[in-house]
Structures are given as C-alpha cells and as structure tokens.
Design a protein around this ligand. Sequence first.
Ligand code: IMP
Ligand code: MG
Length: 187
Amino acid sequence: MSPEIILNKEEIDEVITEVANKLNNFYKDSDRIPVLIGVLKGALPFMMDLIKKLTFDLEMDFIQVTSYSGTSSTGVIHLKKDITTNIKDRDVIIVEDIVDTGLTLNYLKQYIQLNYSPRDIKICCFVDKKPLRKVQLEPDIVGVTMTQAKFLVGYGFDYNEIGRNIDYVFVPTKKQLEEWDRKLKNN
Ligand code: IMP
Ligand code: MG
C-alpha cells in the first residue's frame, strides 16, 4: 500500500500564499511591528516559507514545547525553550504547524499572556485538525482544515522526530512506521 498524500509541494505553496495574503491584508496599513513566534520544531518549514511571502515589517522568535509521543498527544505539555524578545504590549502571532487537541496552543496562549502581557495574540496554523479537540480553541488564521483525525508526517510533522524534512504531507503506512521503529531502535 502506498501512503496517502494529503498535500503535495504545489498545494503546500498555494496554502502558504493564502495564509500570507490574509496576514498581509491585516497588517498592511498598521504601524505596528508584529512578533511572529514559531513553535519548534514542527512549525519551522511553515514559518520559513511563510515569512518569505510576508510584506510587512516583523520580528521573529521561537518557543519550544513537547506533548506528542509516537502518533498521539500525551496531553502533558513541557516548555523546553522560551522566547527572548520583549513582547510586552506588542502584537504577537503564534505560528504553529497543527492544532489537534488544542492543549498545546491553549497552554502557550495562556503562558505568553500571563508572563509577558502582549497587546494582542493571534494564532496562525498550517493545519487545523478538528476531530480530537479537547479545549475550545479557534485559530485566527488557518491554512488547511482537516475533518478526519489522520496522523500526518512531512513538512514539519514528525513520527518520533523523523520525517520533518520531507517536502510533502502524507499519512504514513503501518509498514513505514514499523520501518522507522526498526531504524530508531538501532540509533
Ligand atoms: P495538540 O496539543 O494536541 O493540539 O497538538 C499539537 C502538537 O502535536 C502539534 O504542535 C504537533 O507537534 C503535534 N501533532 C499533532 N498532530 C500531529 C500529526 O498528525 N503529526 C505529527 N505531529 C502532530
Ligand atoms: Mg508542534
């Protein structure tokens, strides 16, 4: 069985252009300099491609959290790396690869609000995976909405840290996951 391709390279590019257009429209007449906060590591390819299409002045920073193990969310969120930019009273855009249960972004939004008091926080995600949502969380800017709870790999999405470099998004086969498990055991 071959893997199900969810988004190929061209489709990813179209999605990024749409997301960038929305952000560009929103900030084009603004005097503010928003701070994009990318959520490591999954959002890295998305953030990199997105910023190249943004036409307003911006700053960027990164934050790192973990919650996933294998193919599902553990629900326990660990902050691994914090931002270093002073974002007090600034406009913040959190850039994330995917919203699944919503726990990660719910945590991040609260963490950033409570600790750094920005003026505004918007959430921009590449994929909004709706079915397994555990907390009410609506991202402000969404690339692709998924109505099925499929486990994705590629373009930032990983299986135990593998697959982030693949330049399209797909649903790995059981055989592929077993092959990665075998390789991981030997590393
Ligand atoms: P949430 O806290 O359940 O919303 O999960 C968010 C995090 O889980 C994302 O930032 C991803 O890193 C990871 N994640 C969710 N769905 C997938 C997937 O289909 N493939 C790989 N990682 C995923
Ligand atoms: Mg992530």
